[in-house]
Design a protein around this ligand. Sequence first.
Ligand code: HSE
Length: 411
Amino acid sequence: MENNLKIGLFGFGCVGSGLYEVLNQSELIGAKIKTIVVKNKHKKRILPEHHFSYDPNVILLDETINVVVELIDDSKAAYDIVIKALNAGKHVVSANKKLIAEHLDELIDTAKRNNVSFLYEAAVAGSIPVIRNLEEYYNNDSLSAIRGIINGTTNYILTQTDAGATYAEALKTAQELGFAEADPTLDVEGFDARYKLVILIKHAFGVSFEPEEIPVKGVSALRSVDIRYAKERGLRIKLLARAEKISGKLFAVVSPHFVTHDEPTYGVNNEFNAVEVQALFSDRQLFYGKGAGSYPTASAVLSDISALKYDYKYEYRKSVGLKEDLSTGDFEVKVFVGASLDYDLRLLPFVQIDESYRGLEDQYVVGRIKSSDLKDLFEDHQISITLFNEKPITSGDLSQTFVEHEILETI
Ligand code: HSE
């Protein structure tokens, strides 16, 4: 289609300025940034001030601009920009996972209605081409699971604290390196990974979830008891996002997990991400690469821009007919729960206890709980929960929920 892509760029932060440089260095002929709109007039940038405009309409009302690239932090402002751009018949490339996860179906419909492309490879796992692979290569229903590390900041924090840095130091460096969100709570509480998982689920399984439907726990609640447990057993703790199809239902979660040395995510460090895809015939496959940072993320934006040259659109082929079938199911999940000594672990709804410990300073229980209890447990800020990276089992007799006396005996 368009041999002459005229780009209106919103945002010139870490990824926006990276895109500017990547576009200048790439061989991509026929794609030029015409206008850059930013919000803050006084921020110091790598280009002189005359390169910037401050009114979104300078792009949105410019009929010669056929591509809008949206790379701003503010997801509400981004929503207005993207909807207006699509309705104005412009193709849109975005890296805004929050915007996309919260409004995916509406954005897809708006793009479809206007017969334009809406692409967002950079929104999930930075430089790793996972969305287009889910769309093109895994374009049938043979996928059974998608799981991995899809937040660079938390993986950087976990790697660095494992090597001796403090949590605060590691987070600060992740911010300085441009990995963290403007509001790093989104990273450390797992919300960023959850937005990305919502997008992956749409492309992997054809189902639309609201982010809030997926239980989430970040890394900020990890306690020394979790870390000690991992160290003593040669495990590593990784923030994993998982969506697994089991007996026709979907198990989805974002949470710290213990990972054994033979798991592919064990050696994924710092800002690197890894997405593992499991399919019926190909079995397990791993995509690995930088998941955050200026150039790696900009490279995915560049790839979307170049895809516009051949009219590329996501097809969402798996969306047909699955929505009602693949609702979240109830499973039994193996978890580690840590707490200080004054917490009453007997109140937790374990369906099975495998191990328990009570020391001088802290305590833990390892056992199975129902996946439907995860959300409530994740919201309890007095405990830490780390999952085991094991396939959940379909719940059997769910009536056995409280095992108060068993915990009393084993602790
Ligand atoms: N804050 C995000 C991360 C940036 O750390 O993964 C890339 O999406």
